[in-house]
Design a protein around this ligand. Sequence first.
Ligand SMILES: Cc1cc2nc3c(=O)[nH]c(=O)nc-3n(C[C@H](O)[C@H](O)[C@H](O)COP(=O)(O)O)c2cc1C
Length: 173
Amino acid sequence: MDTWKAIRGKRDTRDYEPRPIADDAQRRILQAGRMAGSSKNAQPIRLVVIRDAARKRALAACGDFTTHLPDSPLVIVIVRFDGSRPFDAGRTAQNMMLAAHELGIASCPVGIQHDERAREALGLPSDTVVAMAITFGYPRGGRAVGRGEARLPIGEYVHWEQWGGTGDGAPSA
Ligand SMILES: Cc1cc2nc3c(=O)[nH]c(=O)nc-3n(C[C@H](O)[C@H](O)[C@H](O)COP(=O)(O)O)c2cc1C
């Protein structure tokens, strides 16, 4: 799959077939996370792989928008050490989701709002925090379908040279 196609086609999908992710695909996804760059190559990210049903339910109770999480065959929790930058976790997440997308595996980031509960559910050390959980699964119906939410028009999204600058560099009226 070419990179542009992958970026455009990846939509956050929450409806998965129950079948497990193939071992080689799972390995590829984990490697994609590992290859993400980090500030000063500090590598402050660790991944917790969750496939056990009870553990998934426990993790779902740590977030506010997690209804699809227990039905996802594979959940990867991105953990970062205190003092690290959330940006590093974002790169890890997108790498894994795009690598999965190429293999026909859909995914969705899931926010974990209740830190202490998550720390307990996963047995995390006290100097770490959950950055994000990502659900993965083969999309039901064979196609990754998001909620179809549009993106901002490019003119609203991009500012040229300064805030409010238009394509010729002048602030918009
Ligand atoms: C930081 C972040 C947190 C998110 N948290 C959740 C979540 O808790 N539950 C969920 O179902 N989707 C979550 N999403 C997915 C967003 O709803 C999704 O990216 C957005 O609606 C765009 O989806 P699309 O790519 O399918 O258009 C999250 C996305 C991001 C980037």
